[in-house]
Ligand binder design. Structure first.
Ligand code: ADP
Length: 392
């Protein structure tokens, strides 16, 4: 249940219409028990008053004539009014929203408007869900004489941004999955319909390559989804930095040779480093894979490892096609692809570097890219040599 609804339920169901009087009169009852140990009914007016004033949720209380009897600081800053000047004013004078006024009228008529009304606050850059509830006289449901209305404003900016990111992610994912699937289907149908061996020899390897691409995409998507859900928890171990890097570089030797690209490993000195071996390996896999994909035959990809007291540093430098200056700040964004047409046959789906960044940041490290179009690209990744906690 959203915060606004929970607070409204507490306010309306437990304390009912009495709240309106409490906020205007301000009680002074003395209580020495800690708040958490008291039954709700004995929470004092002062404490409740203080609680509502401190809430990050905007709270405005109105009397039967829609005049403001109480507003907390959050409400004042959301709608841009001074609390002292708001008292006694009609809500529309203070918050000029016709829709809000309708909701208040409904609330005064006994109807809650739980559906959020999105308004952009005074600062213009945050969005709030506004709900209005009737305030009744008496704690029991049967005493339902409406004596005023309660308006709650809840900041929804982050929630909406997350929702937008989720929608974007889903639509990108379905696009990325549908494209290779349709082409695999088309190729298999062609093979199926043709008795010709040449057709089979032409299309089956292509279909298989697409299946490989799809499998790699699904793997990256799962990684991405895990990272997005904040579930990128690391299994730290202490390892020799070059012992982590060496086998990964070796696993690309054949691919590099097949492409005519020289793959080199240069380790200055060895050092121990605390990392999640599997995850960090993935950083290296993605960086070397990109380096090889975007470097023409005759070029090179060089991996270097170094360490100082504090940091383990990994560099992957290629002599490939480079990244245009205007694209460089965006390459770590999810699904960001630099002009597909420039490397159509090797271009991926723009997930690799986003995953790399999330893994490096989960290690409390940083990753940067420098590039010169036509000359090559250098990625520098630094992670602290020691985990933030003891490894036991
Ligand atoms: P992709 O799987 O599409 O390569 P990435 O997230 O790994 O996605 O990379 C994002 C974009 O950055 C790519 O579209 C590519 O154009 C560019 N890029 C990444 N690494 C390199 C590189 N080593 N050389 C040139 N361009 C690169």
């Amino acid at each position: 249940m959203p915060l606004a609804e929970s607070v409204a339920l507490v306010a309306v169901a437990l304390l009912g219409g009495a709240l309106a009087g409490f906020f205007i009169r301000r009680g002074n009852a003395e209580v020495s028990e800690p708040l958490a140990q008291q039954p709700v009914a004995t929470i004092t007016v002062d404490r409740f008053d203080r609680l509502v004033r401190a809430l990050p949720l905007g709270v405005i209380m109105l009397d039967r004539d829609s005049r403001i009897t109480f507003a907390n600081r959050a409400a004042a800053s959301i709608f841009g009014f001074a609390v002292e000047r708001a008292f006694g004013h009609h809500v529309i004078e203070v918050v000029p929203s016709i829709e809000l006024e309708h909701r208040v009228t409904d609330a005064l008529g006994g109807e809650s408007s739980m559906g959020p009304l999105i308004v952009t606050g005074k600062a213009g850059n945050r969005t709030y869900a506004i709900s209005a509830y009737p305030l009744t006289d008496g704690a029991k449901e049967s005493d339902d004489v409406t004596i005023g209305a309660l308006v709650l404003a809840e900041d929804q900016t982050e929630l909406l941004a997350m929702e937008r990111a989720r929608q974007e992610f889903l639509s990108n994912v379905s696009h990325e999955l549908r494209t290779p699937l349709s082409s695999i289907k088309l190729m298999l149908e062609t093979v199926n319909d043709s008795p010709d061996d040449e057709v089979r020899d032409l299309f089956l390897p292509q279909a298989l390559a697409q299946v490989d691409r799809l499998a790699s995409l699904v793997r990256k998507l799962l990684e991405e989804a895990r990272a997005m859900g904040g579930r990128l928890s690391l299994k730290y171990e202490r390892a020799s930095f070059s012992a982590v890097v060496k086998p990964i570089v070796a696993s690309f030797e054949q691919a590099a040779a097949g492409k005519g690209v020289e793959l080199r490993l240069q380790s200055a000195t060895d050092a121990t480093v605390d990392l999640d071996r599997d995850r960090f390996s993935q950083v290296l896999v993605n960086l070397i894979d990109n380096g090889l994909r975007y470097t023409q035959p005759g070029g090179s990809v060089t991996v270097t490892t170094e360490a100082d007291e504090q940091w383990a540093i990994l560099r992957v430098v290629d002599t490939g096609i480079g990244i245009p200056y205007r694209d460089l700040p965006h390459i770590f964004e999810r699904f960001y692809v630099v002009d597909r047409s420039r490397a159509r046959e090797v271009s991926g789906e723009g997930l690799g570097l986003s995953i790399v960044k999330q893994i490096v940041e989960a290690h409390h490290g940083t990753i940067t890219a420098e590039s010169l179009l036509g000359s090559g690209t250098k990625f520098t990744c630094r992670i602290p040599r020691r985990a933030p906690h003891d490894l036991t």
